[in-house]
Design a protein around this ligand. Structure first.
Ligand SMILES: [Zn+2]
Length: 337
């Protein structure tokens, strides 16, 4: 069973990390989104990604958020030219959408899945993106997909604010239950509780999954935040490395921290952000390996997640997943619409 983190490529990385990346890790998988990269017909001319397995996000979120009016044919064409794993072009719902608009979006997403299935080519993997703000909507998606025609599912609404943490746990359970041995990719998954739940479920169902996020480089490039502790939730208690910081030494033995001096992490310009990001990436991968090791011990999981008494409902869910031998029991207990 192999669960893998796929780093998502962030814009600033694109132009500067060509050499650093290959220098640094033998990690050869990355997620690239059609937006903004569709402007490059051949992405490997722009970045040193020879030998990488490329996960091709359709750009559905940016399409809605930025009103891009992406065309399903153009997106699939770009994915076929540039990527190995293809996610269907989707239309993410928002809480503001009334139910009829949400279903219109789902129907359009399902049409695109159909289009993708009808235009498959050899040696690619095809993932259907699954949406829904509640269990009923999620089920609607699963029930309308020709499951034998696809390789896997891309599970959405795990990172945005449209769903709360309980809903995220529920959608993970339902997804692992309904995926029927197909592959699972969790799109944009960065918070600790859903990640831990996914590891637990994978252990339960013997289904492996992949997940991506770009938080390592958003923290590094945009905010100059250096994750200084493997046990720290990304985004909290990070060091800020810039011209004004008084840090004289970095207590880390990752290849980047060993190779570069503290001044290089603190200088102005993009390179420092890239260095911090590459360190963050190293720490994130370590954290996930760590999580894999503790996943059979409930107390360790609670400790890892720092769940206190305020999170009674979340604890109940996590505990139920931990002990549950049959996911149907979970669904019967917590199913809600
Ligand atoms: Zn480091």
């Amino acid at each position: 069973m192999k669960n893998e983190f796929i780093p998502a490529l962030n814009g600033q990385f694109f132009h500067y990390s060509k050499n650093l990346w290959n220098d640094y890790i033998d990690y050869k998988q990355i997620l690239i989104s059609s937006y903004p990269y569709m402007k490059y017909q051949k992405i490997e001319n722009e970045i040193n990604i020879n030998g990488f397995k490329i996960y091709g996000d359709s750009g559905g979120y940016s399409n809605i958020k930025k009103n891009l009016n992406l065309n399903v044919k153009n997106v699939l064409k770009w994915q076929h030219h540039n990527t190995d794993v293809i996610f269907s072009l989707d239309y993410p719902p928002t809480k503001k959408d009334p139910i009829n608009i949400r279903y219109k979006k789902y129907e359009k997403g399902l049409e695109n899945i159909e289009y993708m299935i009808n235009n498959k080519i050899k040696n690619k993997e095809y993932y259907a993106c699954i949406h829904g703000l509640n269990m009923k909507e999620l089920k609607f998606h699963y029930e309308n997909i020709k499951i034998d025609e696809i390789n896997g599912f891309g599970i959405c609404e795990l990172t945005n604010h449209e769903t709360n943490i309980i809903q995220k746990i529920d959608r993970l359970v339902l997804s692992f239950y309904l995926a029927q041995n197909k592959k699972i990719h969790l799109l944009g998954l960065s918070s600790s509780i859903p990640i831990a739940i996914a590891f637990l479920l994978s252990n339960r169902c013997k289904t492996s999954f992949t997940f991506d996020n770009s938080s390592y480089s958003i923290l590094g490039c945009r905010y100059r935040q250096y994750i200084n502790n493997i046990n720290t939730t990304p985004g909290y208690n990070n060091l800020i490395l810039n011209k004004n910081c008084n840090i004289t030494e970095l207590d880390c033995d990752c290849p980047i921290c060993k190779k570069y001096k503290i001044d290089e992490f603190c200088q102005k310009g993009s390179i420092a952000g890239i260095l911090i990001s590459l360190h963050n990436l190293y720490i994130e991968i370590k954290r996930y390996e760590n999580l894999k090791r503790i996943i059979k011990n409930e107390d360790e999981i609670f400790k890892f997640l720092k769940l206190d008494n305020k999170s009674k409902k979340i604890k109940e869910r996590v505990s139920f997943v931990f002990k549950c031998d049959d996911l149907e029991k979970y669904i019967n207990k917590f199913y809600y619409v």
